[in-house]
Design a binder for this molecule. Structure first.
Ligand SMILES: Nc1nc2c(ncn2[C@@H]2O[C@H](COP(=O)(O)OP(=O)(O)OP(=O)(O)O)[C@@H](O)[C@H]2O)c(=O)[nH]1
Ligand SMILES: [Mg+2]
Length: 244
């Protein structure tokens, strides 16, 4: 069950004061604001999607908890792709240009968006980021979203696919705790498999929980650090690109 917006915004003590304000009215206003934001984002996402379709750009939106290994996997992936197809990365973090610098070090164009207090990228920011990247016609654009398993799930950026990375150090229960994220994703990558001998983690349970919230989700296991399983991710990308 998901608590409505109005309910989790209440962090004050109800026992300590007269309960004379109107929670329903406040909740209603918050819901209206949220709906306006989502509608506006959807218009920008639709425009992005039209642009990507017109230019044959395959776009993947990569999401995970902080530190699950998005940038590490991206570095390996773009190194494998850069001589074959046009490729670029949009990086999203609240602060710093560290991840864009890691991508740029491979020679692949990267643009960093700092979201400040926001916990996700939005479609408007992606549209502007495109102005800072070279033409990618027929190529692949990766978007690394801000690290968390909550906010990025709800924001369409105009991508072809959302991909969620679950590293084995996070515990197998994450698909059940953050179902919106795993429901929104088309592919779940179980990452850091090189650590399986050292970490108590049940891969079968993780797969079963992910399929419980999203029966259609595809699942791959990789070690972004060492490159194990990267071939299946590259094949998935190529199939998606050719299917456009
Ligand atoms: N053992 C192991 N460590 C990994 C693997 N992938 C990433 N790491 C390590 O995990 C840490 C975080 O990796 P990043 O790639 O920066 O993770 P991220 O998801 O991009 O992090 P944020 O952008 O901060 O959300 C680094 O110390 C990586 O070296 C992996 O496959 N195996
Ligand atoms: Mg990163």
């Amino acid at each position: 069950m998901t608590l409505p917006l109005a309910a989790y915004r209440h962090d004050h003590d109800h026992d300590g004061h007269d309960h004379d304000h109107d929670h329903d009215a406040r909740g209603g206003r918050l819901v209206q604001i949220e709906q306006d934001i989502m509608a506006k984002n959807q218009r920008y996402a639709d425009a992005n999607r039209r642009y990507f379709a017109a230019h044959g750009i395959f776009v993947v939106n990569l999401m995970s908890s902080p530190g699950a290994g998005k940038t590490t996997l991206l570095v390996r992936t773009v190194e494998a792709l850069r001589d074959r197809v046009p490729v670029a990365v949009i990086e999203g973090d609240q602060q710093t240009g560290l991840d864009a610098a890691r991508i740029a070090a491979t020679g692949v164009p990267a643009f960093q968006i700092n979201t400040g207090k926001a916990c996700h990228l939005d479609a408007h920011a992606i549209g502007h980021a495109l102005d800072h990247l070279p033409a990618l016609d027929g190529g692949i654009l990766f978007i690394e979203n801000v690290g968390n398993l909550v906010c990025p799930a709800g924001f369409d950026l105009g991508e072809a696919h959302k991909v969620v990375i679950l590293s084995i150090t996070e515990g197998e229960d994450k698909p059940l705790k953050y179902p919106d994220m795993f429901h929104a994703a088309d592919l779940m990558i179980l990452n850091k498999t090189d650590l399986l001998p050292y970490i108590e983690f049940d891969p079968e349970a993780a797969v079963s929980y992910a399929r419980q919230v999203n029966p259609q989700i595809e699942i791959q296991a990789v070690s972004g650090l060492h490159g194990d399983g990267l071939d299946s991710f590259l094949a998935w990308l190529e199939a998606g690109r050719l299917a456009m």
